[in-house]
Design a protein around this ligand. Structure first.
Ligand code: ZN
Length: 419
């Protein structure tokens, strides 16, 4: 199994400047890079204009250049400096405009005067520029020249997946989104942790479950994915996570529970977090693709995993969410947490003891001579091997680390004391 350190921060740096959106070259570059990390990752496409449930795939989009400049040619807002400067999916424009008219196309946030806000307009034709409020206050000329050389055309939308087979067809879903341009925690952190997790899952010697890793443009991408794979996923998915906003320095993990709580993935995550700092949110506080995966009628058992939850950290959806606010160490902490979730899902089983009354532990070489006055953990664990308590339930009852309980159970099973 891969236990060496995966250079996730480096991967994020490498993908930083791809011009991501819900379609276009930045999505394909991102998938292309991920293919080098996860050989076998497959890119899929769907044509612009295709109907998917209540939605229609938007045209493909790309930007050649976009800027606002003074009449003497000094660029005051430039897409080349930061992709967030352009409202995503802006219409092409070539014009000279008064400052007064330009104002209605400008977006800034006075409460965060150094931040460029992230704004998109995928489904409404308009154009606009986002800028820091400080930048905006320096626009004092009467007229400006505006140029947006962008193109919307009937093309395709892309996404990628890989299915890593296990002993059963039952699946664990891991999903993250690949549409956010130039933001590190919201976007890249989920991508790199998911990629590292895929590499680790593939290196596992034995897999009970099949693993499906999905990289999609947020919302429309998961809707397409469900439209195309729903029957199979409904039949087979036993657990799932949407991973995002998971590289910042927050001490805690945050879990967004599925609409119907108590799923295997939800229980596994909460069991791992039992004795840690964590935040838990219910489905009404959802925000990423768990919105689609848990929608009534879709009903997949998918939880959201973040460190600082989207919408709840200061840099969220602005240019301040950059590579300075994610850390290799925190990406690793999230990856470790996800590995534990996967391990627990793999190991979570329900056993029944085959011994009537307590077993004579000394005979089985399981008596703890060092502390004979305490009830050995092993007896406590066996006492709940009644065919009704699974690993997670036993760990919860005994307030024990679920991974330790899982290893103890597999040890007991190998000695033939439980089945
Ligand atoms: Zn976002």
């Amino acid at each position: 199994m891969i236990e060496s350190v995966e250079p996730m921060l480096q991967w994020a740096q490498d993908m930083w400047s791809y011009p991501r959106s819900i379609t276009g070259p930045g999505v394909r570059q991102t998938i292309g890079y991920l293919k080098t990390l996860i050989p076998g990752l497959e890119m899929h496409s769907i044509l612009s204009g295709t109907k998917v449930f209540d939605w229609t795939i938007p045209p493909e989009y790309f930007v050649v250049e976009a800027f606002v400049e003074t009449m003497d040619g000094r660029r005051v807002i430039d897409y080349a400096d930061n992709y967030l400067h352009l409202v995503g999916y802006s219409e092409p424009v070539e014009t000279v405009i008064t400052k007064e008219k330009l104002e209605s196309h400008l977006f800034s946030d006075p409460s965060k005067p150094n931040a460029i806000p992230y704004i998109t307009s995928y489904y409404k034709d308009r154009w606009g520029f986002c800028l820091t409020h400080n930048q905006r206050e320096n626009l004092t000329d009467e007229k400006y020249r505006v140029r947006i050389d962008s193109c919307k055309f009937t093309g395709e939308m892309n996404y990628a997946d890989i299915v890593i087979p296990g002993k059963t067809d039952k699946e664990v879903l891991i999903s993250t989104y690949i549409c956010h341009p130039m933001m590190a925690n919201d976007g890249l952190s989920g991508i790199v942790v998911s990629a590292a997790l895929a590499r680790w899952v593939r290196s596992m010697k034995h897999r009970r479950y099949t693993y499906r890793f999905v990289f999609v443009p947020e919302t429309i991408g998961s809707i397409v994915y469900l439209h195309r794979n729903l029957d199979h996923m409904k039949r087979n998915t036993v657990a799932g996570y949407v991973i995002t906003c998971c590289g910042d320095g927050a001490e805690h993990i945050s879990v967004i529970e599925p609409r119907i709580p108590g799923t295997l993935s939800d229980r596994a995550a909460m069991s791992i977090l039992e004795n840690c700092n964590y935040y838990k949110y219910d489905y009404s506080q959802r925000g990423a693709d768990e919105r689609q995966y848990c929608w009534p009628g879709i009903d997949l058992p998918v939880s959201g995993i973040t460190r600082s939850k989207y919408g709840e950290y200061n840099e969220y959806h602005t240019s301040l969410d950059n590579l300075d606010i994610i850390y290799q160490e925190d990406l690793e902490r999230t990856l470790e947490f996800m590995k534990k979730c996967v391990t627990l899902i793999e190991e979570n089983k329900t056993y029944k003891t085959v011994v009537m009354c307590e077993p004579f532990l000394r005979k089985h070489d399981m008596y703890p001579d060092t502390s004979p006055n305490t009830v050995p953990d092993v007896l406590n664990i066996m006492a709940y091997c009644d065919g009704n308590h699974d690993t997670i339930a036993i760990a919860k009852t005994l307030q024990m680390d679920p991974i330790e309980v899982a290893f103890c159970l597999s040890n007991l099973a190998s000695k033939g004391l439980i089945e």
